[in-house]
Design a protein around this ligand. Structure first.
Ligand SMILES: *[C@@H]1O[C@H](CO)[C@@H](O)[C@H](O)[C@H]1NC(C)=O
Ligand SMILES: *[C@@H]1O[C@H](CO)[C@@H](O)[C@H](O)[C@H]1NC(C)=O
Ligand SMILES: *[C@@H]1O[C@H](CO)[C@@H](O)[C@H](O)[C@H]1NC(C)=O
Length: 504
């Protein structure tokens, strides 16, 4: 999925009257100019599309699948989904993979990023019951993709957690590290002979804060600044533990790569703000850096600013410990370097400034970070209220990664645009084109970006937004019996880019 607007109240400020930030060019009309010597994507650059199990599969209780947190939540709380829909049927991809495959072949993508449903393969979360029908299903998918020269890129966790685990705390209980370790072992053993690209977790920031901070995702826990941080800590350790397992047991002969998909915006600030560079860095550390810094940074720990602020706030609040414990030496060694590539989900950017005094509940991410995040009124907005077209932000975040993390190889695991689902989707084409331009500019500037995945192949169940926001290159006809996937104009645009390897 993509970023959810959950963190902060976005204030709408007109920047028309003030000088543009020094980081930002005039005329940000969802366009980006070409920079650099190469107008073509490198020969070995891979283009793909993404989906996630709960958002497309349907068949929520078929063939031995166990319930997930999202099954339970959408069934108990239909009122929380804008159109009262759920993922019970979705695009029926569990039964209609052939239709997805037709679309994938039409697009001529080089890879397909999809997720395996943990409760489908291991209905009780642990390995006591291994669901053979589910194993057969994913084997079929992987084999058919390979037969068609489409590389499978598999996300191991994309928000659908076995309900079993939710019963004892889900991501706030550190036993999840062990559960995930054995789930990962099972996946590597079962599918690793053919799957060579593994994404452990999809954008933890975007499920931890809504699920355990502000209670808008299952299991609807409201404990900001505490339970959401525990979730992120346990996710980071579970990721690293699975990575080490792969290195120790599988990588010698399977020769695949393992990483995490981290979501982030890029941040800009106002030229006239005092210490504005620090603000951009602070905003990056408080979002992207929360996961990227421990894995790809030098210290093998959370960003220094984040540790320092939260420790000091915890003391002020009268706690005897910090709500964000730094990683121990033991964990630091496991976490540091635990990524063969960096998966990036980029959708949009923000302006940031310091909130004086800090806003938000005490405690909370908003209060700890002391950031106030804003958007520029000139940015074009999608159907999603958090999604503005800022292609320059993608170019800039890629350069930031190049400079801060030793030019680690980057896979853009998600990037996409929402509307209400029209077939003549000019805005999506503009978004796609300008963001691919950003990738090309970054490559021209020495960034090591090798994979780009558009979110999404088809319109799908967009979490709390149901089917009201659609990101697909293919329209999903939910009302029709055969759930046709109908190509939007953006599908043929993307195919032409993939075929020619350049932007027109
Ligand atoms: C582009 O090509 C010119 C001429 O060959 C060269 O001087 C310059 O460094 C190149 N720029 C980049 C960004 O590769
Ligand atoms: C930008 O700078 C101006 C002038 O100092 C200030 O009034 C305004 O609030 C700033 N905006 C943001 C978002 O920081
Ligand atoms: C969706 O399906 C319905 C019922 O089969 C049909 O009337 C409609 O034209 C379809 N819409 C699109 C865009 O194909």
């Amino acid at each position: 999925m993509r970023e959810q607007h959950v963190l902060l109240l976005c204030l709408f400020v007109s920047y028309a009257s003030i000088t543009k930030s020094r980081y930002f060019d005039e005329g940000d009309e969802c366009k980006l100019e070409h920079k650099g010597n190469y107008s073509k994507f490198p020969e070995d650059f891979s283009f793909g599309v993404s989906t996630a199990a709960y958002q497309v599969e349907g068949a929520w209780n078929e063939d031995g699948k166990g319930p997930s947190n999202w099954d339970t939540y959408t069934h108990l709380h239909p009122e929380r989904i804008d159109d009262h829909s759920n993922g019970d049927e979705a695009a029926e991809s569990y039964h209609r993979f052939d239709q997805d495959l037709v679309a994938l072949k039409e697009l001529k993508v080089n890879f397909y990023r999809f997720s395996i449903s943990w409760p489908r393969v291991l209905p009780f979360a642990d390995t006591r019951v291994q669901n053979q029908k589910a194993i057969d299903h994913y084997n079929m998918m992987i084999d058919k993709l390979l037969e068609n020269n489409i590389e499978p890129m598999v996300t191991m966790f994309h928000h659908d957690m076995p309900e079993e685990l939710t019963k004892f705390g889900g991501f706030t209980n550190d036993i999840v590290i062990k559960y995930f370790h054995y789930y990962a072992d099972f996946l590597f053993k079962t599918f690793g002979d053919r799957v060579k690209k593994w994404i452990t977790f999809n954008e933890p920031f975007v499920y931890c804060i809504p699920a355990y901070g502000n209670a808008v995702f299952p299991p609807m826990i409201h404990a900001p600044g505490v339970a959401d941080y525990l979730c992120m800590d346990n996710t980071l350790k579970a990721h690293a533990s699975a990575y080490r397992l792969y290195k120790a047991k599988y990588s010698n002969y399977q020769k695949g790569k393992v990483g995490m998909a981290i979501s982030s915006r890029f941040y800009y600030t106002n030229t006239t703000d005092f210490g504005s560079e620090d603000i951009v860095d602070r905003a990056m550390q408080y979002s992207f850096g929360w996961f990227a810094h421990p894995i790809y940074g030098e210290s093998g720990n959370y960003p220094f600013t984040v540790i320092e602020d939260i420790t000091s706030n915890s003391m002020k609040e009268g706690l005897a410990w910090s709500r964000l414990r730094p990683l121990s030496l033991y964990w630091s060694k496991i976490v540091k370097g635990s990524g063969d590539f960096l998966g990036l989900n980029y959708y949009s950017s923000h302006f940031a400034r310091m909130a004086e005094p800090p806003e938000g509940e005490i405690p909370s991410w908003e209060h700890d970070s002391r950031l106030k995040l804003l958007v520029d009124k000139t940015w074009k907005r999608a159907k999603s209220d958090w999604l503005y077209c800022v292609p320059q932000g993608l170019e800039d975040i890629l350069k930031w990664i190049r400079d801060k993390y030793n030019n680690i190889e980057v896979y853009i695991t998600e990037n996409g645009w929402s509307d209400e689902g029209k077939l003549d989707d000019t805005d999506r084409i503009d978004y796609l084109k300008s963001h691919l331009q950003a990738v090309l500019n970054a490559i021209n500037d020495g960034c090591k970006v090798t994979y780009y995945s558009y979110w999404s192949l088809i319109d799908n169940f967009e979490w709390n937004r149901g089917y009201t926001e659609r990101f697909g290159l293919y329209y999903l006809n939910v009302t029709s019996e055969n759930k046709e996937r109908v190509a939007k104009n953006s599908a043929s645009y993307y195919r032409s880019v993939i075929e020619s390897r350049k932007l027109s």
